[in-house]
Design a protein around this ligand. Structure first.
Ligand code: SAM
Length: 164
């Protein structure tokens, strides 16, 4: 798979400066059923397929407690995106041209994606979730409890976890 370089009418690129290294860790990889961008949903659905967040060592112990939450926030690196578009003409906006920061497009200077997912199960180093919208093998940047009303499952259980 290659980075898509085709431009639509109205789209504008810039000469992006060389990236400065933010020393991000890829803490794992996301396994999904989708291998092409065309078939990948634009936003995930909590009724969508179960996807797998495979956590790499040495980060596996950091999973302790994730199963206390019904919903998690997944943060990932949309590694197949180009990063130099400032104006975009997305198909689903009738190809009307808009600024990158007014869109949830994967094409952005730092191609970070976020999804609130439904927790399904924790199996060893792998978290099973529903609600993702990324390609198979997308690098995982972070995982945290969702801040919404669904979580945590039980308020009483949280201090016990956090105190350890
Ligand atoms: N839910 C995230 C968000 O709102 O931040 C991502 C939304 S983005 C519109 C989802 C689209 O990004 C998918 O439909 C697919 O076309 C594209 N995509 C998914 N995984 C990708 C990857 N690893 N690299 C580049 N593009 C990807």
């Amino acid at each position: 798979m290659t980075i898509d370089t085709d431009l639509r009418p109205g789209e504008v690129t810039v000469d992006a400066p060389p990236p400065r290294d933010a020393t991000l860790y890829f803490i794992g990889r996301i396994r999904t059923p989708w291998t092409s961008r065309l078939e990948t949903p634009r936003q995930g659905s909590h009724e969508g397929p179960v996807c797998r967040l495979e956590i790499f060592e040495p980060w596996v112990p950091a999973l302790k407690g994730v199963d206390f939450y019904t919903h998690l926030e997944v943060i990932y690196w949309l590694h197949r995106s180009r990063r130099d578009l400032v104006l975009q003409s997305p198909k689903h906006h009738d190809e009307k041209t808009r600024g990158t920061f007014s869109l949830r497009s994967p094409v952005r200077p730092n191609p970070i994606g976020t999804s609130t997912v439904k927790f399904v199960a924790l199996e060893g180093n792998t978290v099973l979730v529903r609600g993702l919208d990324c390609l198979d093998e997308t690098p995982l940047l972070d995982l945290k409890p969702d801040r919404c009303v669904f979580s945590p499952l039980s308020q009483q259980q949280v201090p016990a976890i956090e105190g350890k």
